[in-house]
Ligand binder design. Structure first.
Ligand SMILES: Nc1ncnc2c1ncn2[C@@H]1O[C@H](COP(=O)(O)OP(=O)(O)O)[C@@H](O)[C@H]1O
Ligand SMILES: [Mg+2]
Length: 160
């Protein structure tokens, strides 16, 4: 059975965790980043994309909804659905066309795109924990479970 694994980290720790996850994501898939405003979703996504080779160009898609990158053969789409009231508003984005094997989707506020997004391979949930942030990881597919196994700090973290 899939269980969530949870760690509590400072900002540098979160950035390091994102960088450690990155290599497994080069094959593409769907990563959901949940959590309230300020929980660290964009901080995590930015560190992840940098580690994948996007470099310093990572912008928050808060206003654009989507920022896309290509690194080598990997297409990456970073979405932030905060401003979406219901998934129907996403039709114009043509998400179905974006979603192809080998593409990496990193989605903030995924619950606002329910029904219009592919299912998560791995769902991360971030939450305020005083000055730090808790990070829970829950696989949603065999691929996500493999990502988690390849992510030692989280794979060894307590289940919750
Ligand atoms: N442990 C931590 N992990 C991530 N961000 C942290 C942490 N501690 C403090 N912060 C701060 O919290 C804010 C997180 O913002 P952001 O990543 O944009 O959140 P979100 O995208 O979830 O709204 C940033 O200002 C960051 O500097
Ligand atoms: Mg954000």
């Amino acid at each position: 059975m899939n269980v969530a694994r949870t760690l509590t980290v400072d900002e540098a720790g979160l950035v390091a965790l994102a960088a450690a996850l990155a290599p497994a994501l080069r094959e593409g898939g769907a990563l959901y980043l949940g959590g309230e405003l300020g929980a660290g979703k964009t901080t995590f996504a930015r560190a992840l994309l940098r580690a994948l080779g996007v470099g310093e160009r990572v912008k928050s898609p808060t206003y654009s909804l989507i920022e896309s990158y290509r690194v080598g053969a990997l297409d990456i789409h970073h979405l932030d659905l905060y401003r979406i009231a219901d998934a129907g508003e996403l039709e114009w984005l043509g998400l179905g066309d974006l979603w192809q094997a080998g593409t990496l989707l990193v989605v903030e506020w995924p619950e606002r795109g329910a029904g219009a997004l592919p299912p998560a391979d791995l769902s991360l949930q971030l939450a305020h924990a005083g000055d730090r942030r808790s990070l829970s990881a829950m696989p949603g597919s065999a691929r996500g479970a493999a990502w988690l196994r390849a992510w030692p700090a989280l794979a060894a973290a307590p289940s919750s």
